[in-house]
Design a protein around this ligand. Structure first.
Ligand code: C2E
Ligand code: MG
Ligand code: MG
Ligand code: MG
Length: 283
């Protein structure tokens, strides 16, 4: 369109785009030193049963840029993917989260998000299991959240599924994240046994006012039941949403109502001194 509009239009069309490209380049460069400069940190958001008992935490990455402030993961993760830096960040992230989880009650799970791009690293599974072992976290306390995207569908698909299966065989749970959106679709359920489906928060946000969203959630809960997968609803912000989800048979919930992502987990989630001592004596 910019072209056919003639010579002048380049200005208003290009400046925005060029600024954006320039910003992305800058963020891509800055990201490569963000870890060593102590700008990244991990926050944890509780996951609870629909009866509000916390069963684990999802680790979410944060980046505080010295000049630009907090950058959202939805902005910097795609950049890290395009520069190839996601592998380094992902490893760092997993290790920080595992170190934290080692201080939690041993019945609590840790959920980690994996970018499809991370599966290009043939050592990913060994790396993750190795990090967990060094931190003393049994694989059955781990859940890995993935979305379907280019790589899962593309020619790497079989490789990715084999890697997920290895994690699952080791005892970890595999969760399909953002279920119901373009990133996660039904065809994947045919070829892989997901342990859990996480209903995207866009459906939860609309469920009380939008009939189609309500239907999609109810159908997903039924689908999960017949597949033997746990159903998690994300983005639960209102008590009424929780009540209705529980009534519909949703297993687990996550969202601001239950807890916001925070650097520290609830006091009750930390392991007792006694447990820590018993553990020390064992090793
Ligand atoms: P996600 O895995 O679906 O994570 C859930 C997102 O929803 C998080 O956003 C969380 O803060 C937000 N959220 C949780 N409860 C509520 C709620 O009640 N209301 C609303 N409005 N939002 C809620 P966040 O932390 O900005 O992360 C966005 C996405 O970035 C994540 O979506 C995930 O796909 C990605 N991401 C975050 N950390 C990592 C990471 O360490 N590695 C990878 N590969 N991706 C990550
Ligand atoms: Mg997630
Ligand atoms: Mg999600
Ligand atoms: Mg989501």
């Amino acid at each position: 369109r910019a072209k056919s509009d003639g010579g002048n239009t380049g200005r208003f069309y290009d400046t925005g785009l060029q600024d954006e490209i320039r910003l992305k380049r800058r963020l891509g460069r800055d990201l490569e030193t963000a870890i060593e400069n102590d700008q990244c940190y991990v926050v944890f958001q509780p996951i609870a049963t629909s009866a509000m008992r916390i069963v684990g935490y999802e680790a979410l990455l944060r980046w505080r840029h010295p000049e630009l402030g907090e950058i959202a993961p939805s902005q910097f993760i795609p950049i890290a993917e395009s520069t190839g830096w996601i592998g380094t960040i992902g490893r760092w992230m997993a290790d920080r989260a595992l170190a934290a989880a080692a201080t939690w009650r041993s019945d609590l799970t840790l959920s980690l998000n994996l970018s499809p791009l991370q599966f290009r690293d043939a050592d990913l599974v060994d790396t993750l299991l190795g990090l967990a072992e060094r931190r003393g976290i049994a694989p059955d306390r781990l859940a890995f959240e993935v979305t379907e995207s280019a790589t899962l569908l593309g020619h790497h698909r079989d490789t990715v599924l084999a890697m997920l299966r290895r994690l699952q065989d080791a005892g970890a749970r595999i969760v399909m994240d953002d279920f119901g959106t373009g990133h996660s679709s039904l065809s994947n359920l045919k070829d892989f046994r997901f342990d859990a489906l996480k209903i995207d928060r866009s459906f939860v946000a609309a469920m009380l006012v939008d009939q189609p969203s309500a239907s999609i959630i109810r159908a997903t809960i039924g689908l999960g039941r017949s597949l033997g997968a746990v159903i998690v609803a994300e983005g639960v912000e209102q008590q009424r949403q929780l009540d209705v989800l529980r009534e519909w048979g949703c297993d687990q919930v996550q969202g601001y109502l239950i807890g916001r992502p925070a650097r520290d987990v609830a006091a009750g989630a930390r392991r007792s001194r006694r447990d820590a001592l018993v553990d020390q004596l064992r090793t």
